[in-house]
Design a protein around this ligand. Structure first.
Ligand code: TTP
Ligand code: MG
Ligand code: MG
Length: 408
């Protein structure tokens, strides 16, 4: 063997590897190149785009009904009667503080002249299919996260455009021309950074964060923006003096794991710009749900039923968002001593309606026997989706990076 070289892929772009391969063919005796990629180095050659539609449901409504344009518009449950929740709000409505998942009653209080409309899911689904068709002009490596967003791996794009920024521009333009809607794009070398980037210049934004600026970017990122960091974890981090990526970066990997569990390993890598998760087309959804840990243990069936009603609403919204119906409903109960049980019920055909979800969960709850118990957590999930799209969502605490799934 003439030469053996360790060549970390970190410093190696695809053309470099190709050039080496060519060199190898033309050299006599051949050069052997050993390509190693360690977990500890960012994979810098990938080109990842994250695209997300702006105020998706609301923008579609404003497109189709000119009278809604320029107005504070809320799509979701109407504020009358028992009231529902806000699915999304137009940017005009967001100025008043209206946000997704807020009760519609609260939204009305914040902006009494807001317009409220019910969602039209078939139209959103059609738009969603159309944007996916636009994406597929450039790559087949598309991982939809919900109706309005997806990751694209354009490292080797179908049209040999080569520049991910250029492709993002073309996609945004096609969405404007063909659908009269705007999207925002984030471009980077990994999923995590691309997803955060797409949110930076919303609406109609395009943000590129290249390999040389990733570490700096991650250091400045507030901890709330990290995957899996919801309110509770953020609070805990702040109590520990951890406010930004830079603070997390000062921690040993073992300490992060000690304090935050498995996800600590992810934090350790991601603050160093390392996220080698692939864009996964056709990822199968296994289960989707929601759960809640209570400030005080629940002791009566009434309290438990009230909480299950709330959790069922969240689960129902998520099922709608991800276009899923499941044949199995599972109830999870954790008691004050951290003992946990699950109970499930299956149906002959897939279900996704709120009534069935909350009713079934409550029946399963009652059947567990609630005399003399103290319940600290309740959860509901659906599974057994069969041949249905796409997206898996963590049912634990969710943060702004919440549509990234960890494979730890
Ligand atoms: P998002 O992309 O989170 O939000 P958005 O497109 O409305 O606004 P942004 O410009 O900030 O991206 O969600 C896409 C759609 O999913 C949204 O239009 C409505 C629906 N949705 C819900 O039904 N419930 C929710 O809690 C959220 C966050 C979204
Ligand atoms: Mg969106
Ligand atoms: Mg989205």
């Amino acid at each position: 063997m003439e030469a053996v070289r360790a060549y970390p892929a970190t410093f190696c772009s695809i053309p470099t590897i190709a050039a080496l391969a060519q060199l190898q063919q033309t050299c006599n005796p051949p050069i052997f190149v050993l390509i190693t990629m360690t977990e500890q180095s960012p994979n810098t050659h990938r080109k990842i785009i994250h695209i997300d539609m702006d105020a998706f449901y609301a923008s579609v409504e404003q497109r189709d009904f000119p009278e809604y344009r320029g107005k504070p518009l809320v799509v979701g449950g109407l504020p009358e009667g028992r009231g529902g929740v806000v699915a999304t709000a137009s940017y005009e409505a967001r100025k008043f503080g209206i946000r997704s998942a807020m009760s519609s009653k609260k939204a009305l209080q914040l902006c009494p002249h807001a317009l409220f409309v019910r969602p039209r899911f078939n139209v959103y689904r059609e738009v969603s299919q159309h944007i996916r068709e636009i994406f597929s002009r450039y790559t087949d490596l598309i991982e939809p996260l919900s109706l309005d967003e997806a990751f694209l791996d354009v490292t080797n794009d179908k049209q040999d455009i080569g520049s991910a920024i250029e492709i993002a521009k073309l996609i945004k333009q096609a969405i404007k021309d063909e659908l009269q809607l705007t999207a925002s794009a984030g471009v980077s070398i990994n999923k995590f950074v691309a997803k955060i980037a797409s949110d930076i210049n919303k609406p109609d934004g395009l943000k590129f964060i290249g390999p040389s600026s990733i570490e700096n970017f991650m250091e400045q990122l507030p901890v709330e923006k990290f995957f899996g960091v919801g309110k509770v974890t953020a609070q805990k981090m702040k109590q520990m003096g951890l406010h930004t990526g830079a603070d997390l970066k000062r921690m040993e990997e073992s300490d992060l794991v000690k304090h935050f569990g498995k996800v600590g390993k992810f934090y350790y890598q991601i603050v160093r710009g390392i996220d080698n998760r692939e864009v996964q087309p056709h990822r199968e959804t296994k289960s989707l749900g929601a759960e809640d840990t209570f400030a005080y243990d629940l002791t009566t069936l009434e309290e438990m039923e009230a909480e299950l009603d709330k959790i069922a609403i969240t689960v129902h919204n998520r099922l709608l968002k991800y276009e899923l119906k499941g044949r199995t409903i599972t109830l999870k109960v954790k008691y004050h001593d951290f003992k946990q049980i699950t109970r499930n019920q299956s149906f002959p055909t897939p279900v996704n309606d709120l009534e069935t979800i909350s009713h079934t969960a409550k029946q399963l709850m009652a059947a567990t026997g609630v005399d003399d118990v103290k319940v600290r957590l309740l959860g509901i999930s659906l599974s057994n989706f069969g041949e249905l799209p796409v997206k898996q969502r963590d049912d634990k605490e969710l943060g702004p990076g919440d549509q990234l799934e960890l494979e730890l």
